[in-house]
Design a protein around this ligand. Structure first.
Ligand SMILES: Cc1cc2nc3c(=O)[nH]c(=O)nc-3n(C[C@H](O)[C@H](O)[C@H](O)COP(=O)(O)OP(=O)(O)OC[C@H]3O[C@@H](n4cnc5c(N)ncnc54)[C@H](O)[C@@H]3O)c2cc1C
Length: 352
């Protein structure tokens, strides 16, 4: 059984299967609705129901408040249709966005490496080629765990098409069932179901401007894929990566970025350590402080791409906006977890 869903302002009508979420149906039929966490935590995919009835599913009560439910809002990533329906979504035109319908992949874990005491790299051998824009993420379904978990693709499109292996870098979250499974139970040879690609965190090449990437923790994943892709494509615009970790043991792929900076005169790498910086000759402090220091507080003319935990993104937004960047100059991917869902969203920035 299926129902019909009309999506405004596009005027498009799509089929939604029983039990299928609005977001899944839209993305599989090539219609983009803004989204981020994919399982009811962040509220990025909030839409207005204009007719018909929906089931809100597992929408977190902080991401979709009671008064919003009363006003007819719902979260497209968890809502299913009870009848034919219509929604109004906040869909922006983006000249750099490619329309890539999401696809299912059966994958086999081909390699697992410990990158740092808290981060593992996992390589998934895909059953078919994946088309994606560097910076996007996949959703992974884990045995016995409710809801999929989002992870950014950490290697470049070129490497994936050459090896057939998609890399994710996973930081373990204290008390988190999904990341505990990936760190402690998953082994080489296991099968995992993956869907993707998702998200709108990718380089706006049409803007043709110098780029600042700011990453914290495992938030290096997307910027790594984007930077490797840009450099492999022969990009000559200035690219700066400001990468923050707590201590030296957590600073993974450091040698790779140093080697890239030595090879490409347009690429600058600025690592920063916030806690234990003993024996470290780079910047001591947080990512936003390292950026402030490196650019002397003036970022004008740049486009910024931020990726990492919510607190890092908030701090970077403040610094960039004080340093003469506007909302239109900044793109962010916030690595939200269930614990972050109950906290207020950014007052600085409507897309985060
Ligand atoms: C677009 C996107 C891309 C991402 N990419 C990456 C990546 O490349 N690498 C990476 O490491 N991470 C990434 N993340 C973050 C990653 O998805 C999460 O860390 C992961 O989903 C956590 O799953 P979990 O099951 O371990 O923890 P969760 O179930 O999310 O729980 C996290 C914490 O919240 C607590 N908690 C659970 N329920 C509640 C509740 N109702 N109220 C309060 N606290 C609660 C848990 O006890 C735990 O301490 C990304 C996130 C997003 C949104």
């Amino acid at each position: 059984m299926s129902q019909q869903l009309t999506i405004e302002p596009l005027g498009a009508t799509i089929e939604v299967e029983d039990g299928q979420t609005i977001l899944d149906a839209a993305l599989r039929q090539g219609i983009y609705i803004p989204h981020a966490c994919g399982h009811g935590l962040c509220g990025t995919c909030k839409v207005q129901v204009t007719e018909g009835e929906v089931d809100h599913g597992v929408a977190n009560p902080f991401a979709l408040m009671d008064f919003e439910r009363d006003e007819g809002k719902t979260l497209a990533c968890c809502a299913t249709l009870v009848s034919d329906a219509g929604i109004e979504a906040d869909i922006d035109e983006d000249p750099d966005a490619r329309i890539i319908p999401i696809t299912d992949f059966d994958t086999t874990v081909s390699r697992i490496e410990t990158l740092t005491p808290t981060i593992k790299a996992i390589w998934l051998k895909l059953d078919k080629a994946i088309d994606f824009q560097a910076g996007q993420y996949v959703q992974i379904s884990l045995p016995g765990i409710e809801g999929d978990r989002p992870f950014s693709i950490a290697n470049s499109p070129e490497e994936i098409s050459r090896t057939g292996e998609l890399e994710i870098n996973v930081r373990i979250i204290p008390g988190g069932a999904g990341t505990a499974y990936l760190h402690e139970t998953l082994k080489v040879g296991d099968k995992l179901h993956v869907t993707g690609p998702y998200g709108r965190f990718f380089v706006r090449t049409s803007l043709n401007a110098p780029m600042i990437f700011m990453a914290g923790g495992s938030g290096l994943s997307s910027p790594r894929s984007m930077i490797l892709d840009l450099l492999a494509d022969g990009c000559t615009l200035p690219i700066t990566l400001i990468y923050g970790q707590r201590n030296k043991a957590e600073l993974y792929y450091d040698d790779e970025f140093k080697a890239l900076a030595a090879k490409h005169s347009n690429f600058t790498y600025v690592p920063a350590l916030s806690e234990d910086a003993a024996g470290f000759d780079g910047f001591k402090g947080f990512v936003h402080e390292a950026a402030q220091n490196h650019f002397n507080g003036d970022f004008s003319g740049h486009k910024a791409y931020l990726c990492g935990p919510p607190a890092m993104i908030e701090a970077c937004l403040g610094t960039l906006m004080q340093g003469r960047l506007y909302e239109r100059d900044i793109y962010a991917e916030k690595f939200i977890t269930a614990a972050d869902a109950s906290k207020p969203r950014s007052a600085l920035f409507k897309r985060v």
